[in-house]
Design a protein around this ligand. Structure first.
Ligand code: MLT
Length: 323
């Protein structure tokens, strides 16, 4: 009978609040050594009410871990785990002030994000989402959906980190000429893939396609703005699987309306979810997905295990006084 007894909460174990869906492999690891509370879709108030009872919190990009969250935790929260790469939804300054570690899962969703970037690149160039919608509505519009070829075109990969370099490698396989701008990129890694590292201005001036792969920081916020769009090649096509905030969305809308930007493929937005009447999303030359870059079964399982290990490592260091 003992084998079927329901799990009871152990007071000696740390408590981990999992605030967004996490793969089973990660949950299993956590449950071995912690009390795990999976509570999704919490309002900011509900999250604040729960954190004072938790030693660790795990989120994806949908939860804002604000200063209020750290204040409400009253010092109990020791680790925030971001099940993904970008930690721009966590107030790092407040985390530091409250002595809370912030860890992420830096590798497991790289390929998924790169593949989604390529999926958007190809779908946009060949008008696949629009043609699909049109055919399902009973229309047969072959010339309206004539696309553009990728082979021989120049792709500028803005940010040559893990995802950017994998996008570059795949784009080379499609016969594209790939240049990249990244002040921190290792030159030999770029050259090994056949990618030329160039300045920001050179990259955007020569590109037929621009794919964004930089983190959202103070330096990159709205780095694609009216001034930037004034320097691109007319008719450029833009893919964003990084963060919505690196583009000034008003400026992009104008650039689309004037034909400076021919098309955009966006997986990320300044506000997520975006407001209902978002003009960019409704634009006929824009294709969109709801922040799906990391959303493959494989990536989510990998991320879950990677973040569970990072959070437990941090908690163990914390509990034994070494973190
Ligand atoms: C990331 O930062 O890893 C991606 O945006 C994926 C996600 O938010 O889940």
């Amino acid at each position: 009978a003992a084998a079927f007894a329901p799990r009871t909460r152990s007071l000696a174990l740390p408590t981990v609040l999992v605030a967004e869906k996490l793969g089973e492999g990660g949950l299993e690891l956590l449950r071995k050594v912690a009390n795990v509370d999976c509570s999704y879709n919490l309002s900011p108030e509900e999250l604040c009410a729960k954190v004072s009872l938790c030693d660790a919190l795990i989120v994806r990009s949908g939860t804002k871990v604000t200063r209020e969250v750290f204040e409400a935790s009253k010092g109990r929260l020791k680790v925030v785990g971001r099940a993904g790469v970008g930690i721009d939804n966590v107030d790092l300054q407040a985390a530091t002030e409250f002595g809370c570690l912030v860890v992420n899962a830096p590798t497991a969703n790289t390929i998924a994000a790169a593949e989604h970037g390529i999926a958007l690149l190809v779908s946009m160039a060949r008008n696949i989402p629009q043609a699909d919608t049109s055919l399902k509505a009973g229309k047969w519009l072959r010339s309206k959906y004539t696309g553009v070829s990728l082979a021989g075109k120049t792709l500028a990969v803005m940010g040559f980190g893990k995802v950017g370099s994998e996008v570059a490698r795949r784009a080379k396989g499609l016969g594209m000429h790939v240049v990249s701008h990244d002040p921190y990129a290792p030159v030999d890694r770029a050259h090994a893939i056949g990618v030329e590292l160039v300045s920001f201005e050179d990259a955007i001036a020569q590109a037929d396609f621009i794919s964004l792969h930089m983190p959202l920081t103070q330096a990159t916020a709205k780095i694609f703005n009216t001034e930037t769009f004034a320097k691109v090649k007319k008719g450029v096509r833009i893919i964003n699987v990084a963060r919505g905030g690196v583009i000034d969305e008003e400026a992009l809308l104008k650039a689309l309306d004037t034909g400076v930007v021919a098309q955009a493929a966006l997986d990320v937005f300044t506000e997520e979810p975006p407001e209902q009447d978002n003009k960019l999303i409704a634009h006929e030359n824009v294709i969109v997905t709801p922040h799906l870059g990391a959303s493959t079964a494989e990536a989510q399982e990998g991320v879950a295990v990677e973040i569970a290990e990072a959070v437990l490592g941090a908690l163990q260091g914390e509990l034994s006084g070494t973190a």
